[in-house]
Design a protein around this ligand. Structure first.
Ligand SMILES: [Zn+2]
Length: 681
C-alpha cells in the first residue's frame, strides 16, 4: 500500500513541477509597476493597510455574512480555442465557490500543522443576470478581437463597472509569455477600467482547454483582488528570499514551486504553508483564517469599491438575487476558411451566445445552397468573387442577426504570369485585378500613396503611426501562375520603415499559398530594428526619402511548377511608424512545353542505388499507352515490365529482382521515350 502511494505522489509532483514552470501569476510585477508609477497608489495602499489594522472589529460584526460577488467573464477571442465554452466557465465558478467555502475535499491532504488554520472565507461568486445597461445576460460577454493575442491592460475591452461586478478577461495569450494570469490588488489598481483579472483561457476551470492542474489559478488571482499577497511578500519570484505577506498566521516563507509538504527553509525554522492558495506549489488547498479576515475586511473598504459588490442593493441590480433568466441570443458565426479556390467549400459555424438558439436562418449570397438552418452548414462557391453571409437566430424572447461583409474570397482562373512586376504607378495596380485587402478591424489599412516611391511617384503604405496596436492588415496579391516556372523563383521588393522608438516592434511578413489561401507558407518576416530602413528612431509620422529604401530578396522555390499561387504581405502594427512597399519583381526560369512534360512526368526510381529491386514512379496527365523495359549496359532488353494503357495520375511499377550491375530503365509514354539509370550494388 505504501509503495502505491509513493508512486502516486511522485507522478503528481512531476506533473505539477512542469506545469508550474510553464506559466505563473504575474500580479506582483503589474502591481509594483503601478505603484512605482503613481505615488497616490502607494498612499492608497497604506490607507487600506491602516483600515485592515483598525477594522478587525467591523469584520467581527459581519462575521455571519456570506459575501456574494457578481462575476463577469469577458471572453476576448478571435474565434479560436480561446473562445471557451459556457460549460468551462460554469466549471470555474463551481471551483471558486468550492474553494472559497472550504468545500474542497482535498483539505484531507492538509499537513497537521495547518488543519486548524484552513478557513471558510464565506465568499461566493455568481454570474449576473442583468448587465450594466439593464439587459439580460448570462454573465458571459464574448468579444471578437485580435487583442486576445499578447493581451495586456489595453486588451481589457468593455469593462463592467467595478463597484458592481468583478471583471475577468480571458485571452488566447498574454503579453508576458511566462504568465498564466494577473490581478490588481485594490490599493494599486492603475485605473478603474483595468481593475480585475486577465487570464489565459487554459487556466479557466478544469475542463475544455484547461485541466485539473491549472484549475485554481482564479482562486489564487481573486485572492490578489481581495488584497492577498504571495505568502513570501510582493514579488512573483518564489524561492529567492524569505518574506512576509502581512498576514499573521501565514509563516515566513521563501515560497514553493513543488509539493514539499512539510517544507521549512526560513529562520526561525517552522513548517511553511506550502499548501496555501497564494503559493505556487500547485498542491494548494487552503486559505488561512488570517487571509480570510484580510479579504473580508477588504470587502468593507471603499478602496477600489470592493465594499459595494456584495450589498443587497447591488445583488438586486445585477440580477444575482433573481437568478438566471432566459435571454435573447447574440448572433455570431465564423468560417473554417475565408479564402478558397473556385468551386471550394466553406464550413460556417453558429457561435451565437448569451442564450440557447431555438431557430436559425442563414443566407449565403453566391453560395450553394444559398440558405440553411443547420448549425454548421457546408457551402460551395462555384464562382470567383467576394461574398457576405448573414445569420439570424432567435428563441422565445426575441431574435438577433449578424451580417459579415467581404467575408469569403473565392479565387478564379484569372492569373498573372511571370515575370511579375508591380511598381504601383497605375491607379488600378492596387490591390490589383484579383488582389484584395483584408482589414480585420476596419481601421486604417494598406493603401496606394503618391508621396513616396523607389522610382516614379507611387508605392503602398500601412499607417502604423495611427494604427491600433496589435491590428493585422493584409494585402493578398493577385493570383500568380507558376505552372511553367522552375527554380530559381525569386521575388525582390523594396521596403521603407522607421522605428518610432527603440522598443517599437511593427512587423512585416510575406507568405504564400498553393491552395488559394487555405494554408500559408511563411517566406519573410522582419520587425522592429530589423525592419527599419532609417538610421536612429523617427518620432514623427514617417515618409521615406529616396535613400531610405532597402531591397529585400525572397526565394519562392517551394511554389515552382504550381498554378494558382496566392502571396500576401501582412502588417502587424505596434503603433510604431509607417511601412512602405514598392517595386515588386518576381522572376523565374520559364521552361518550354517538352521540358514541362518531362518535369511533370516526375519519372523516378526508388530506391536507387538498390541492393535488389526498385520501383518506377511517374505521373500521367491523361490516359495513354505506356511501356517499361529494363535494359543492360549493352542496350539489350532483359525484361519487359509493362505494356498497357494507363489512366492519368500517379503510377508506381515494381521492377523484378536484378543481380548486381548497372541497368537502363526505359519508359515510353505515347510517342515519348525517357531513360533513367539504375544501380544494383
Ligand atoms: Zn499571484
Amino acid at each position: 500500500m505504501k509503495k502505491i502511494l509513493l508512486a502516486f505522489v511522485l507522478a503528481a509532483s512531476i506533473a505539477t513541477v512542469s506545469s508550474a514552470q510553464e506559466h505563473r501569476c504575474y500580479s506582483s510585477e503589474m502591481n509594483n509597476q503601478a505603484l512605482s508609477n503613481n505615488p497616490d497608489l502607494v498612499r492608497q495602499t497604506q490607507e487600506l493597510e491602516n483600515f485592515i489594522q483598525q477594522y478587525a472589529t467591523v469584520e467581527r460584526r459581519n462575521n455571519a455574512v456570506v459575501y456574494v460577488i457578481p462575476i463577469v467573464f469577458h471572453i476576448l477571442h478571435n474565434y479560436g480555442a480561446e473562445n471557451i465554452s459556457d460549460a468551462q466557465i460554469h466549471d470555474e465558478v463551481r471551483i471558486l465557490n468550492r474553494d472559497y467555502r472550504r468545500l474542497n475535499a482535498d483539505t484531507i491532504d492538509l499537513v497537521p500543522a495547518f488543519v486548524g488554520l484552513a478557513a471558510d472565507a464565506e465568499i461566493e461568486f455568481r454570474l449576473p443576470s442583468i448587465d450594466p445597461n439593464g439587459n439580460c445576460t448570462n454573465g458571459i460577454d464574448r468579444i471578437p478581437t485580435l487583442l486576445t493575442y499578447s493581451a495586456n491592460d489595453q486588451s481589457k475591452l468593455n469593462p463592467w463597472p467595478r463597484d458592481k461586478y468583478l471583471n475577468i478577461w480571458v485571452a488566447n495569450s498574454l503579453e508576458n509569455t511566462g504568465a498564466a494570469a494577473y490581478a490588481y490588488l485594490p490599493g494599486s489598481v492603475p485605473s478603474p477600467a483595468v481593475d480585475g483579472i486577465l487570464s489565459r483561457h487554459n487556466y479557466i476551470g478544469s475542463i475544455g482547454t484547461s485541466d485539473e492542474n491549472s484549475s485554481r489559478t482564479l482562486t489564487h488571482e481573486i485572492g490578489h483582488c481581495l488584497n492577498l499577497q504571495h505568502p513570501w511578500g510582493s514579488t512573483n519570484q518564489p524561492g529567492v528570499s524569505c518574506g512576509d505577506d502581512q498576514v499573521s498566521d501565514t509563516p515566513i516563507t521563501m515560497g514553493w514551486t513543488s509539493c514539499v509538504l512539510t517544507g521549512s527553509v526560513c529562520n526561525p525554522p517552522v513548517i511553511e504553508n506550502v499548501q496555501n492558495y497564494m503559493d505556487y506549489s500547485y498542491c494548494d488547498v487552503m486559505f488561512t483564517a488570517g487571509q480570510v479576515a484580510r479579504m473580508r475586511i477588504t470587502l468593507n473598504s471603499s478602496v477600489s469599491q470592493r465594499n459595494n459588490l456584495w450589498t443587497s442593493t447591488n445583488l438586486l441590480a445585477t440580477g444575482v438575487t433573481q437568478g438566471p433568466q432566459i435571454c435573447t441570443p447574440n448572433a455570431d458565426f465564423n468560417v473554417n476558411n475565408r479564402l478558397v479556390c473556385q468551386g471550394g467549400d466553406v464550413t460556417f459555424y453558429d457561435l451565437s451566445w448569451n442564450a440557447q438558439v431555438t431557430t436559425r436562418s442563414w443566407s449565403f449570397p453566391g453560395g450553394v445552397p444559398s440558405t440553411s438552418s443547420d448549425s454548421a452548414p457546408v457551402i460551395n462557391y462555384p464562382n470567383p468573387g467576394v461574398y457576405e453571409a448573414t445569420l439570424v437566430v432567435s428563441n422565445s424572447t426575441g431574435s438577433d442577426s449578424i451580417t459579415r461583409t467581404d467575408l469569403i474570397y473565392v479565387s478564379g482562373p484569372q492569373q498573372e504570369t511571370v515575370p511579375f512586376i508591380e511598381s504601383f504607378e497605375d491607379t488600378s495596380s492596387f490591390p490589383g485585378s484579383t488582389g484584395f485587402v483584408l482589414n480585420y478591424d476596419n481601421g486604417t489599412t494598406w493603401s496606394r500613396v503618391t508621396n513616396a516611391a523607389v522610382s516614379g511617384v507611387a508605392s503602398i503604405k500601412i499607417n502604423n503611426y495611427t494604427n491600433t496596436r496589435g491590428q493585422i492588415d493584409e494585402w493578398v496579391m493577385p493570383t500568380l501562375d507558376f505552372s511553367n516556372i522552375t527554380s530559381p523563383v525569386v521575388m525582390t521588393f523594396y521596403v521603407a520603415n522607421a522605428q518610432r522608438n527603440t522598443t517599437s516592434n511593427d512587423e512585416l511578413s510575406f507568405s504564400g499559398s498553393y491552395n488559394c489561401g487555405a494554408n500559408w507558407v511563411p517566406r519573410y518576416n522582419k520587425s522592429g530594428a530589423t525592419l527599419k530602413t532609417t538610421t536612429g528612431v523617427v518620432s514623427t509620422n514617417f515618409t521615406p526619402n529616396a535613400s531610405q529604401w532597402r531591397m529585400e530578396t525572397v526565394t519562392l522555390n517551394p511554389f515552382k511548377l504550381l498554378p494558382n499561387i496566392r502571396f500576401k504581405f501582412t502588417n502587424t502594427s505596434d503603433r510604431g511608424n509607417n511601412t512602405f512597399i514598392d517595386s515588386i519583381n518576381i522572376t523565374g526560369t520559364i521552361v518550354n512545353v517538352d521540358e514541362m512534360d518531362e518535369i511533370q512526368l516526375g519519372f523516378a526510381l526508388y530506391p536507387n542505388p538498390t541492393t535488389e529491386s526498385s520501383t518506377v514512379q511517374f505521373k500521367l496527365s491523361k490516359k495513354q499507352s505506356v511501356s517499361v523495359e529494363v535494359k543492360n549496359i549493352l542496350g539489350q532488353t532483359i525484361s519487359n515490365v509493362l505494356n498497357a494503357d494507363l489512366d492519368g495520375g500517379m503510377h508506381e511499377i515494381k521492377l523484378p529482382a536484378l543481380s548486381k550491375g548497372i541497368y537502363m530503365i526505359d519508359l515510353y509514354t505515347g510517342n515519348k521515350h525517357h531513360v533513367r539509370r539504375l544501380i544494383v550494388s
